[in-house]
Ligand binder design. Structure first.
Ligand code: NAG
Ligand code: NAG
Ligand code: NAG
Length: 377
């Protein structure tokens, strides 16, 4: 196997001989791999600043961003998110919010994620950019790339690119249900089937446009989120949500394996975010946190009332001294330190945390033009 670097060196050497042709291929080999980002508040860099919604689905006010962004960017954290650290590891600049009108080119990629979004259009409908619309925006951008770069360069960009996902949590947090099941009138199996079905449609939509490399995180243990506990009379974790989330994550694993066999060249990195969060909640000090179950910013039990910033109806809120000490920044979202830990594992992790590939392999591996679906690593 000839490595990527060796090929680049070989091209450089032969370029001394045949200048013009090689300048083109040299440029090609030096090119960056673009990053496209889809999903929910774990990834949203501020798209919701530009839609008609309510502060429940926004985070562009103090103290959000306090550890890194001034003014606040709209990220649901004290600082950067997983895609920000992934971009850094991939030697890319911060990937811009697609809806921010200041951004136009997107040559390093685009971030379509929207806080509160799920795979189902019904999840927080009217307040978020749902996943189908995110895919539509990606299609619009594909047309723009074809116009600006020409077909062959646009196709190369899209097939080399990595597509990051975080999606599903809001589909299970938003239904009201009744006291039999939160998903009523659906059974757990039916509802999870719809979520995975819609997620799969989006993977297929990306594949149709030439995308090949998907990076996705499992749905976190949201049944134990401070916001969920604060909403329950006894402040316990919701076992039902826990069971549904495990079902979702199992179905996701299965579906990704199927897609690998069905879709030409499809490959993925699935990072077990659920387990990583459980470990930190249970044993915070092992990972550098002082508190694992309560939010730095919020009010009520576990800081679980979603009042961080005082703009969501409840004006009073508590803010801890040092956001790095609390695994949760607000009642629904991890802090910046945690996001960096996750990104590092997603990037570098072995197969016990990220499988079958990690992100580094997806970025470094060259997508072969054949149908083998294998990476030249
Ligand atoms: C909810 O619980 C109450 C009392 O336990 C019961 O009377 C009622 O029928 C239940 N509602 C549903 C929709 O299951
Ligand atoms: C997608 O979700 C809708 C509900 O929004 C559902 O009716 C449909 O069956 C789902 N699609 C798949 C392929 O599961
Ligand atoms: C916050 O805590 C972290 C880790 O304990 C520490 O490195 C940092 O200096 C603290 N920051 C402030 C402003 O105290």
């Amino acid at each position: 196997m000839i490595s990527f670097r060796h090929m680049a060196v070989a091209v450089a050497v032969s370029c001394l001989l045949i200048l013009t042709v090689c300048q083109i291929s040299q440029a090609h080999f030096n090119k960056h791999i673009a990053l496209f980002v889809f999903g929910d508040s774990l990834y949203d860099p501020g798209n919701n600043n530009y839609i008609n919604t309510t502060p429940e689905f926004q985070a562009n006010f103090f103290p959000y961003g306090e550890s890194y962004f001034n003014p606040p960017s709209g990220r649901f954290s004290d600082g950067r998110l997983i895609p920000d650290f992934v971009a850094e590891l991939a030697k890319l600049p911060l990937i811009p919010a697609y809806l921010d009108p200041r951004n136009k080119e997107f040559v390093y990629g685009a971030n379509f994620a929207s806080g509160g979004a799920g795979a189902l259009v019904e999840s927080h409908a009217g307040f978020v950019v749902d996943l189908k619309t995110q895919l539509q925006y990606f299609r619009d951008l594909e047309k723009q790339f074809r116009q600006n770069l020409g077909d062959s360069e646009a196709e190369q960009l899209l097939s080399d690119a990595v597509y990051l996902f975080s999606c599903g949590g809001n589909d299970y947090l938003s239904p009201v249900g009744n006291n039999e099941s939160i998903l009523y009138p659906y059974t757990h199996e039916e509802y999870v089937g719809m979520v995975i079905g819609n997620l799969t449609d989006v993977f297929k939509g990306i594949h149709e446009r030439g995308g090949r490399k998907i990076g996705i995180v499992t749905v976190p243990p949201i049944g134990c989120w401070p916001s969920v506990r604060a909403g329950r009379p006894d402040n316990t974790c919701s076992e039902e949500i826990d069971i549904i989330v495990s079902l979702h994550n199992q179905e996701l694993s299965q579906k990704l394996q199927e897609l690998e066999n069905q879709l030409e060249g499809f490959m993925y990195a699935k990072y077990d975010l659920n387990t990583a969060i459980r470990k930190r909640m249970k044993n915070p000090s092992k990972y550098g946190f002082k508190v694992g179950d309560s939010a730095c910013c919020g009010s009520g039990p576990f800081g679980g009332i979603y009042s961080c910033g005082g703009k969501r109806g409840v004006k009073e809120f508590k803010l801890c001294k040092n956001a790095s000490d609390y695994f949760f920044f607000d009642s629904n979202h991890p802090n910046e330190v945690a996001s960096q830990q996750f990104a590092n594992m997603f990037w570098n992790g072995d197969s016990s945390v990220t499988s079958p590939y990690n992100l580094k392999a997806l970025f470094k591996g060259k997508q072969l033009p054949t149908s083998s679906g294998k990476l030249d690593l």
